[in-house]
Write a protein that binds this ligand. Structure first.
Ligand code: GDP
Ligand code: MG
Length: 769
């Protein structure tokens, strides 16, 4: 009863405030949200406005990177709790049973991880954006990193840097994303500060700036000393119902243990020297004002310097704590605000062409059973409003957005507008898929393209050729494919639905139906990609599917020119169809003709042929291009010249198409088939000591090395390698480098196979069939 009454009360207050501000809350009916509503409740309407559209300098868009089990979920939960957006951790007052609580927790875990979550901390807006779990998948990580301005790396302090963190860290480095490290699980007996710091230095090749000294270790870890302020922050040792919200903060004094005092004093001096080495401004301050007494440096000055060093990626602040034991998370939140950049401190290329016009990136699509697709947008410039039309540059379409929401913890709050730097959730966009650039109108896109052109001196190019698209990551053609089958035919429709949803979330996934076998075929960017899709279908859609063997998507071309003629004479029912076709196929440069086919009509044919018959000829040629004569892969780099077509009256277009296809096959056989294989550009980042084994292995894979560069203490190997040789590469690479290498693979070109390799492939495929 009590809870209900409170809830209604809360709803009334909300309703009034929101009405005044012209806003609505979408989910206030749920009783367990009472406390959250209270915590969201501002002192007056004005500050509600501030809550909903914060000043850009007060926004932090950050990602959390962590190896599995390092404590990403637990840390996120604590952040939401301390910022007041979720109710008590196991709050007994609510009378929730433990299992209820667990179920909700788990549910929330999923929502949090599925895209982004927003909360406020000390009048700053924090948007936590999920970095994909499967980090080997470059395209998706790159896209996620694009919407982040900073990142928090969470480590298990007893394990130090682990493989998954290493991979994302390197990507973050590539995108110059400033980071803060959180050494979690300090309560574990095996936790070691010095070991973790050393592993950050060794494995991440980063420059750790230790900002805290832990107080107590293992089970008696109670808090930290902040080296900037010399404050000792102590949480009570775990007692029942203690959520760690309150903690004692007092300056370190002579009553403290001498060892701790000594350790703090040394660590602080070391920090000051380290920062002075990395930041000239701070060094100058030290030398001029505090040369004889480093201890006297004001903490504000030190903090400012640490921030500059962090933003320049010359160093990473390191904090420690234990999320599970509720210690240190508030200080991590403070550090996010203090050291990580606001959106306006980051440079996003291309955005400047839009000036104050809307420019946003769709970085995630979720499927909601009731509301349809929900699209997460990061706004780079301009303002977004609900009930307006927007233009999607990638799809070249205009669509209408019905509602605009902010994903506050697990409740979505409807808002009247949102400005640059923010993250929003939109309802109603049906065409938009992950990675699309959204602007206000076609005209605005054209204006941006003009600005870009003028600046780059691209004056000659036609305007339509230049589109200023944020993603910049073109989705390449899928290079791997395999068949996918549902457990029973009854599940086919469910599978199709799942695949439709997955395709919208992930544009690099393609699904087609094999015209011969009728089987559904998954086409993806790599082995792991297809594995992930398989896994997601099982986990998220509850369908156990069977995958056929993974195959490389080859292409075919011709070696030389050849002509053929063919006549089709067939009587179907009363009607006689007679058509004669003469045509020639010839090779063209494959690099210039990526996938598209070329068709030319001889002049006299073109002028005499009626339009429908011309279409029929085109269809015939097109269908032959889809299936080459050697192995049935699509043709590339072939041009066809239609030399003659004679059609008796009464012949149907379908018969013309059939005749053209048959004639094409004849000509293609005469022209000599050539298999083209996808060749990938490969980038391997590896420690110097393992470089030779990586090179040796690559040589056996028909790989070519283009360049070897140095990045910090690592070597970056750039090269090309045929995709067919790369099956299982991640496992092999891990084993030959003891897990100390990361790689990315992208389609470079299609290249002709040499005769031996091609023969071997043809034999193998014949065996398969
Ligand atoms: P994630 O996989 O990174 O999301 O990690 P989780 O948050 O799910 O945590 C993995 C496991 O580590 C869970 O069993 C947590 O209870 C535990 N864990 C998380 N934080 C701490 C911590 O500070 N100390 C200890 N001892 N365990 C923790
Ligand atoms: Mg987790």
């Amino acid at each position: 009863m009590r809870v209900r009454a409170l809830c209604t009360f809360s709803r009334m207050i909300w309703g009034r405030y929101l009405l005044t501000a012209g806003l609505q809350c979408c989910r206030c009916r749920v009783s367990s949200h009472v406390k959250r509503h209270y915590s969201l409740l501002p002192d007056d309407v004005k500050s509600l406005r501030a809550v909903l559209s914060p000043d850009i300098s007060k926004i932090r868009n950050i990602g959390i990177m962590a190896h599995i089990d390092a404590g990403k979920t637990t840390t996120t939960e604590r952040m939401l709790y301390y910022s007041g957006y979720t109710r008590a951790l196991g709050d007994v007052d609510d009378g929730d049973t433990v299992t209820d609580f667990m179920a909700q927790e788990r549910e929330r875990g999923i929502t949090i991880q599925s895209a982004a979550v927003t909360f406020d901390w000390k009048s700053h807006r924090i948007n936590l954006i999920d970095t994909p779990g499967h980090v080997d998948f470059t395209l998706e990580v790159e896209r996620a990193l694009r919407v982040l301005d900073g990142a928090v790396a969470v480590f298990d302090a007893s394990a130090g840097v682990e493989a998954q963190t290493l991979t994302v860290w390197r990507q973050a480095e590539k995108h110059h994303i400033p980071c803060v490290c959180f050494l979690n699980k300090m309560d574990k007996p095996a936790a070691s500060l010095s070991f973790s710091i050393e592993s950050i230095k060794q494995k991440l090749k980063a420059n750790p700036l230790l900002l805290q000294i832990p107080v107590g270790s293992g089970k008696s870890f109670t808090g930290v000393v902040d080296l900037l302020t010399n404050q000792k922050l102590i949480w009570k040792l775990r007692s029942v119902g203690d959520d760690g919200r309150t903690f004692e903060s007092k300056p370190l004094d002579q009553s403290d243990e001498p060892e701790l005092l000594q350790e703090v004093s040394e660590a602080r001096t070391a920090l000051i020297e380290q920062v002075a080495d990395l930041d000239d401004e701070f060094a100058e301050l030290l030398l001029t004002d505090f040369s004889d007494n480093f201890e006297a440096v004001p903490s504000v000055k030190l903090e400012e310097a640490v921030r500059r060093v962090t933003l320049a990626r010359k160093g990473v602040p390191v904090l420690c704590g234990s999320s599970l034991r509720n210690k240190g998370v508030q200080l991590l939140l403070d550090a996010i605000i203090a050291y990580l950049p606001a959106p306006n401190e980051r440079h996003h290329d291309l955005v400047r062409w839009y000036k104050d016009d809307l420019c946003a990136l769709a970085f995630k699509v979720l499927h909601d059973k009731q509301r349809g697709p929900l699209v997460f947008l990061r706004i780079y410039s301009g303002t977004l409003k609900p009930q307006t039309a927007i233009h999607n540059i990638n799809r070249n379409c205009t669509e209408r957005m019905s509602r605009l929401l902010v994903p506050f913890a697990d409740q979505h709050v409807e808002i009247p507008s949102i400005t640059a730097g923010n993250i929003a959730l939109t309802v109603g966009l049906k065409q938009t898929v992950t990675g699309d650039t959204i602007v206000s109108s076609k005209a605005s896109a054209a204006a941006a393209a003009r600005r870009a052109q003028n600046d780059n001196g691209l004056g000659k190019k036609r305007e339509e050729d230049v589109t200023v698209v944020l993603s910049g990551v073109e989705v390449p053609d899928p290079v791997f494919f395999c068949t996918i089958e549902p457990p029973t035919m009854a599940k086919q429709a469910d599978l199709e639905n799942a695949l439709n949803c997955l395709q919208r979330e992930d544009p690099s996934l393609k699904v087609r139906v094999d015209p011969d076998s009728g089987q559904t075929v998954l086409c993806g960017m790599g082995e792991l990609h297809i594995e992930i899709i398989h896994d997601r279908i099982r986990r998220e859609y509850g369908i156990e599917t069977h995958l056929g063997p993974l195959q490389v998507a080859y292409r075919e071309t011709v070696l030389h020119e050849a002509s053929a003629t063919d006549t089709l004479d067939r009587t179907v029912g009363e009607r006689r169809h007679v058509v004669t076709v003469g045509l020639a196929v010839s090779p063209v440069d494959i690099s210039s003709a990526t996938g598209s086919y070329e068709l030319v009509f001889a002049e006299d044919v073109e002028s005499q042929l009626p339009q429908d018959m011309k279409g029929a000829v085109e269809n015939g040629v097109h269908s032959s291009y889809l299936q080459g004569p050697l192995l049935g892969y699509p043709l590339q780099g072939v041009t066809t010249l239609i030399q003659s077509v004679s059609i008796e009256p009464g012949t149907s277009p379908a018969m013309v198409s059939a005749c053209v296809s048959r004639c094409m096959l004849k000509a293609l056989r005469l022209a000599g088939g050539q298999v083209l294989e996808p060749v990938m550009s490969l980038e391997v980042t590896v420690g110097e000591e393992h470089l030779s084994s990586v090179l040796g292995d690559l040589a056996q894979r028909r790989g070519t090395v283009r360049d070897i560069q140095s990045r910090h203490d690592n070597k970056v190997l750039l090269g090309t390698v045929p995709l067919a040789e790369m099956m299982g590469y991640s496992t092999i690479l891990r084993s030959i480098t003891s897990g100390n290498a990361t790689f990315s693979l992208e389609l470079d070109t299609y290249e002709a196979m040499n005769p031996q390799d091609q023969n071997a492939l043809l034999k193998k495929m014949a065996g398969l069939l």
